[in-house]
Design a protein around this ligand. Sequence first.
Ligand code: AMP
Length: 288
Amino acid sequence: MAAAPEVVATAAEVRKRVGGARGAGKSIGLAPTMGAFHEGHLALIRRARAECGYVVVTIFVNPTPFPPGEDFERYPRDLEGDVEKAGQEGVDLIFAPPAGEVYPTGDCTFVEVTGPLVECLCGPHRPGHFRGVTTVCARLFNIAGADRAYFGEKDYQQLLVIEQMVRDLRLPLEIVPEPTVREQDGLAMSSRNRYLAPEEREAATVLYRALSEAGETVKSGERAPAALLAGVREAIEAEPLVRLQYVELRDAETLAGVRRVEGRSVLAVAAFVGKARLIDNVVLEPEA
Ligand code: AMP
């Protein structure tokens, strides 16, 4: 079994360890997370382990992307379990800072991507969320000095927003996307699935089912967004334990609205199931 990773709480300790690894000629891989690891997180970590000489995982339930009234207080936390799982995957370093280490008192600097990428999907429903995500990621990238950072396609919009930030600020790292890891019945893995009662867990499978059916409809030649969106809406609204927040079809690179499904598009949903707000998406790639 691999040695337990070292767990540190300060930026200075991270810099020291990472500096040592870099001095030994290793490349640095980073997987930023909020912890409560599941197979989705472990997929990012395994990819980082395979591609980088030194792997840093951050575990930080960052208060700023949680708009008021969301689940910051009750978000699942399991540092001990996470350290054990990270050890089994050969992680070198866990950075689990207190909030004050990432947000020192009196800080006044934030990083915000503006424009179409944040004006659709989750953007209007979670005011300040992406500004919180980009601010914390910019700070974590700066602290860890990573060559590559790994993000899941499950949070598709987040991935595009981070890529935009990295391009715009000319940050010297590569963002590596990792496909969504699902349960056997298709439900996208999420720390928030822990909130689901058994009947809600069953009902939540409608999300991926509805998205997959839309994917099949595209394969059989449908190109009209309205028909696809109506199909998804109808399937989800037929499930009484699920309350749809949005379903949108957008260009997979720019998130601009699409009139016809011709290029790569992303079909994305957000829905409430009991206390959990769940998101999922599929990328549609119609044959030319
Ligand atoms: P979180 O701890 O939920 O903030 O997620 C940390 C990272 O893991 C993000 O890059 C997520 O996109 C990624 N992630 C979460 N769930 C999954 C999943 N089911 N499959 C792939 N990546 C995921």
